[in-house]
Design a protein around this ligand. Sequence first.
Ligand code: COA
Length: 150
Amino acid sequence: MENNDIIVKEVSIEEAVKVNRNVIEFDGKDTTKEDFEKRYVGKDNLIIVAYYKNIPIGYIIGYDRDNDGSFYCWMAGVDNNYRRLGALTTLMNYQMNWAKNKGYNKLKIRTRNNRREMLSFLVKNGFNFVSVEQRDDITENRINLEHSLI
Ligand SMILES: CC(C)(COP(=O)(O)OP(=O)(O)OC[C@H]1O[C@@H](n2cnc3c(N)ncnc32)[C@H](O)[C@@H]1OP(=O)(O)O)[C@@H](O)C(=O)NCCC(=O)NCCS
């Protein structure tokens, strides 16, 4: 559910890098802005952060990866001290509205078997499974999903 105490803003990559340090699963202490920029610079992109009572608690980075009318949600993470407050929900709604308004026809996302919170979110919020990429460790299998924006 969306939370009225959470505000989403379009921000610089530096702001998202700061939040990334507090997403324990990403182990992002040493991740630099250049590491992120490699992916999306030169492509249409969206970098957003969710603020709870003015504290930055979550982020999404998306970009036009495939040049096929879809928008790709690349990174999504919420500070583990501020989960289940609706940050991801608010960020994802913002991203979907933004992409739809720009004429994109679907949102794509890639996650893993071991990202159970994300999988729960995606199933609950109407994403469809497209394919699975096998890894030696089944928990690391990559799972591709998408959500229509039309
Ligand atoms: C996945 C993640 C971004 C969710 O962020 P969040 O702000 O806590 O999510 P929300 O509060 O918006 O939750 C929305 C819904 O997702 C599902 N969900 C989220 N966390 C869940 C959990 N621990 N168990 C079950 N369902 C969960 C629920 O359906 C929830 O709705 P509800 O709270 O009304 O039941 C966060 O857990 C995270 O950063 N995880 C580690 C990084 C990661 O896996 N990123 C995704 C990589 S693809």
